[in-house]
Design a protein around this ligand. Structure first.
Ligand code: UD1
Length: 423
């Protein structure tokens, strides 16, 4: 297991470039592999552990993809028949494995996906995914730890995917990848509006699907009988971009972040502005500076276009250095606060309540050994380590490797003192 050893206090300066979106690449690769009757080429796919896990899952189903880390291109060959099982070993490593459910069912009439278990960021049910498949006419049951779904041919239907916390990204993706091959028209209400869903929808439309309403909460999908492969470039990773914007703000250097999509960052940019972090754009590159000091502001996570839960941890890191009190409310995953306890080890002043954290700014953090509990929690510990006095050792960085491409190399190139130590 690798660790990061970080010596804090170096202001970051230079340009860091944003990789392709992990959360868009995963469903797009699944759609290409399972639904395409000809080959697909997907560009701007980040070199991440989750992408490797997905390729292993696709290999298990019977298709061998080719990936070039140098060009970030994923070649996905067409296949005429595939296995239909996503085993526990892979689903337990990556919950997004559940994305194979909808497309396998739509194309091959059957899917068998290990039921995703608990997760470090709290309860993460999959009832909406299953409800969507049932609404499309599938017979779904859970047995021996597996979701088993069957349907001769899916039928279009009109239904809502509203969950207790609003829309679901995963359920929307799964339903889209199923409904594109269903007989007739599907109307999905309360669909997720996240840019990653729009990107998946655009890719599916390039494959020959007929999806309307992308980016709105109502999707209208006319089923077609087959889909071909397609070429596509994945959108930039807005969560990675936000993480590096916050890195620049916390270290008070003069960091530039390039290749980001400004439109996708509106909620984060609004909060940074409120916190008196200056972000100046020139094309797709922005410069982050903190001329006055960080103002403490409140933030509540929400579905897109609201403030993303995937940036909550990093923003909490920033608020640890604020000039007052910040209230951080987590609406999407109310238990997603494991990073708060680790940040306290670095000297942060955080009080946890029901679905919220009260963060009182402190003048400085001090280095300590800490542990990454999940992907974004791992990132905030790195960010905190970059400003903490002395040495911070972040263990379990495999979480970070799931979703941040070569994070230590990117940070080192802009002046951070961070090294990876393998045991
Ligand atoms: C995706 C992202 C994850 C992000 C999350 C919210 C991927 C691979 N992961 O996860 O990084 O944090 O969106 O933006 O893209 N829910 C149900 N029943 C369900 C499904 C979800 O109640 O069947 C609830 C969840 O518990 C949560 C909320 O809906 O409270 C949103 O979850 P969802 O959007 O589905 O998240 P994921 O797709 O798992």
């Amino acid at each position: 297991m690798d660790r990061f050893v970080i010596r804090g206090g170096k202001p970051l300066a230079g340009t860091i470039s944003v990789s392709g979106s992990k959360n868009a690449s995963l469903p797009i690769a699944v759609a290409a592999a399972i639904l395409g009757t000809t080959d697909s080429v997907i560009r701007n796919v980040p070199d991440l552990r989750d992408v490797q896990t997905l390729r292993r899952l696709l290999r298990h189903l019977g298709t061998e993809t080719e990936y070039s880390p140098a060009s970030h291109t994923l070649f996905v060959p067409a296949s005429e028949s595939l296995g239909v099982e996503a085993p526990y070993e892979l689903v337990s490593q990556m919950r997004a494995s559940i994305y194979v459910l909808g497309p396998l069912l739509a194309r091959f009439g059957r899917a068998q996906v290990s039921f995703p278990g608990g997760c470090a960021i709290g309860t993460r049910p999959v009832d909406l995914h299953l409800r969507g498949m049932e609404a499309l006419g599938a017979y779904v049951r859970v047995e021996h730890g597996y979701i088993l779904a069957q349907a001769r041919r899916l039928r279009g239907a009109e239904f809502s995917l509203r969950g207790p916390r609003g829309s679901s990204v995963g359920a929307t993706a799964n339903v889209m990848m199923a409904a594109v091959l269903a007989e007739g028209t599907t109307v999905v209400h309360d669909a997720a509006r996240e840019p990653e869903i729009v990107d998946l929808g655009r890719f599916l439309n390039r494959m020959g699907a007929r999806i309307e309403g992308l980016g709105s909460s109502t999707l209208v999908i006319q089923g077609v009988s087959t889909l071909r492969g397609a070429e596509h470039a994945v959108i930039p990773d807005r969560i990675e971009a936000a993480s590096y914007l916050i890195a620049g703000a916390m270290t008070r250097g003069e960091l530039r972040v390039s290749g980001a999509e400004r439109r996708h960052l509106s909620a984060v940019l609004a909060k940074l502005t409120e916190a008196d972090v200056w972000v100046d754009w020139e094309g797709d590159t922005c410069r982050v500076t903190v001329p006055n000091g960080i103002r403490s502001v409140d933030v509540t996570t929400d579905t897109y276009p609201g403030f993303p839960t995937d940036v909550q941890a990093q923003f909490m890191g920033l608020m640890c250095l604020g000039d007052g009190v910040s209230r951080i409310r987590e609406r999407i995953f109310p238990d997603r606060f494991m990073h708060a306890l680790e940040l306290q080890r670095l000297g942060a002043n955080i009080q946890l309540g029901e679905g919220e954290a009260i963060v009182r700014g402190v003048p400085y953090l001090t280095g300590a050994p800490v542990m990454a509990g999940d992907l974004r929690a791992g990132m905030v510990l790195i960010l905190a380590g970059l400003v903490a006095r002395g040495e911070t050792v972040v263990s379990r960085v495999y979480h970070v490797d799931r979703g941040y491409e070569r994070v230590e190399e990117k940070l080192r190139a802009v002046g951070a003192d961070i090294v990876r130590v393998s045991e």
